[in-house]
Design a protein around this ligand. Structure first.
Ligand SMILES: Cc1ncc(COP(=O)(O)O)c(C=O)c1O
Length: 437
């Protein structure tokens, strides 16, 4: 395909990048930065995004997942505009927050009560605190390769770990984390139930929680894995937390817990819910969530977890409008159908070009790996070829397709024209990769 090639950078974009270099650490807004994202965005609508040089991209980065309806969905923009005129932040209970809490309890299987936060990191952090308060235990298990946000407890043995430690030792993924924290974290192997079970049983009396991404990054659970964790956590009185920051409302209205059919005690939901407005939800069993209420002060087991912007009415209005769209008949079947076309197209083109690869994930969020035999967890995926993956991402950008550094995030705004254009780009990029050897 001749198609799109990126225009030279405009003077305006060059100037903005120079300013960003002076003002922002490493000139980026996110530490999960890919070199191909060295651009300045000027606007986006639906599935398309425009840079400050006037290049248009089909966007599968989608803000790292939250734009499940695409950018600037009219229903969301309208709801935000209407609410902005009525006020934004009140701290006290407001109409939109109550309506949203009700909608979440209707949709998410584990949700009996709901608290609002601003980011996924806050909700996983508070979920662990509730689990500690409830059980009177301090430690928790997370799985190697899983990412639960940026707080000290979460940044252990996640996807940036290049030399993993022996299970269950934790490997901090950031400077500045106190050494005492890693002693509180046990690392288990994703999709290896027998080893996980052995580790959990050996430490059951100390474990407050097991936290999982029910689809870990892009590795779906093997049959029986989540069910096994559910059974063993119940047996030992350990709180099972699903980090549904990515999967919530993306895999189904009820998230991964509906999609995979395993219901946790607590869930953190974030990206899928509000079309890019900052809100996250911690929800779950009423007896656990009640600890967050100040009524528990008298009992001495109150878990403090409030924030100035909790239940911000603009974010809640955006979420209600998003859920209104997601609840429409046929939304998820259309979303999955588009994702399946992309996965089949990418697989077909890479195979035709003779490039060994594997696609993991589910149709609304999937990831290609290069030169790796079948991987079902992080340690196996470490054998993939990161240089080829990075080259693939950079060539896509040059051909007008943007993806997250790991995944393709598909939205309801990716219509047939976007999918067809993307499939043509896959063909061109597969040829270029094959030619480069
Ligand atoms: C599974 C998962 N949990 C938690 C987080 C952290 O969410 P936030 O960036 O909103 O703090 C992320 C962010 O990518 C995530 O993917």
């Amino acid at each position: 395909m001749e198609g799109f090639t990126r225009r030279p950078r405009s003077t305006r974009e060059e100037q903005l990048l120079v300013k960003a270099k002076r003002l922002l650490p490493s000139a980026v807004l996110s530490s999960s930065f890919s070199p191909e994202h060295a651009m300045v965005v000027s606007s986006a609508a639906g599935a398309r995004l425009r840079d400050a040089s006037g290049n248009e991209y089909i966007d599968y980065l989608m803000g790292s997942g939250p734009l499940l309806l695409g950018h600037a969905h009219p229903a969301v923009v309208d709801a935000v505009r209407q609410q902005a005129e009525k006020g934004s932040s009140f701290l006290v209970v407001n109409e939109k927050a109550v309506e949203l809490a009700e909608a979440i309890v209707e949709c998410v299987p584990c949700a009996e009560k709901v608290c609002f936060n601003n980011s996924g990191s806050e909700s996983t952090f508070f979920a662990l605190r509730i689990a500690r308060a409830f059980t009177g235990r301090d430690k928790f298990m997370k799985f190697e390769g899983a990412f639960h946000g940026m707080h000290d407890y979460a940044l252990m043995s996640n996807q940036w770990t290049s030399g993993p430690a022996d299970f269950p030792a934790a490997e901090p993924n950031s400077a500045g984390i106190p050494r005492v924290i890693e002693d509180q974290v046990l690392i288990g192997p994703w999709n290896d139930l027998e080893t996980a079970r052995r580790l959990i049983e050996a430490h059951a009396g100390e474990l407050a929680a097991i936290i999982v991404e029910p689809m870990q990054r892009s590795f779906p659970p093997q049959p029986g894995f989540l069910e096994g964790l559910r059974e063993i956590s119940q047996r030992h009185g350990i709180v099972l937390i699903f980090d549904e920051v990515v999967t919530g409302f993306r895999l189904a209205l009820g998230g991964a817990q509906e999609y995979y059919g395993v219901v946790p005690d607590l869930a953190a939901v974030c990206k899928g819910i509000a079309s890019g407005y900052p809100i996250s939800v911690l929800c779950g069993r009423a007896d656990l969530m009640e600890l967050a209420g100040p009524a528990r002060l008298a009992q001495g087991d109150h878990v403090r977890m409030t924030g100035t912007f909790s239940g911000n009415s603009i974010a809640c209005a955006a979420a209600l409008a998003t859920l209104g769209e997601l609840r429409k008949e046929g939304t998820y079947s259309a979303l999955f159908a588009q994702g399946r076309k992309l996965m089949a197209g990418l697989h077909g083109e890479l195979e035709r070009a003779g490039i060994p690869h594997q696609l993991t994930g589910e149709p609304p969020a999937f990831q290609p790996w290069f030169n790796v035999e079948v991987a079902t967890n992080f340690r196996q995926a470490l054998k993939a070829d990161p240089a080829l993956g990075a080259r693939f991402g950079a060539l896509l950008v040059d051909h007008g397709v943007l993806k997250a550094h790991e995944k393709f995030f598909v939205s309801t705004a990716h219509g047939d024209p976007e999918i067809e254009q993307t499939l043509e780009v896959f063909a061109a990029v597969a040829d270029l990769l094959a030619r480069a050897g």
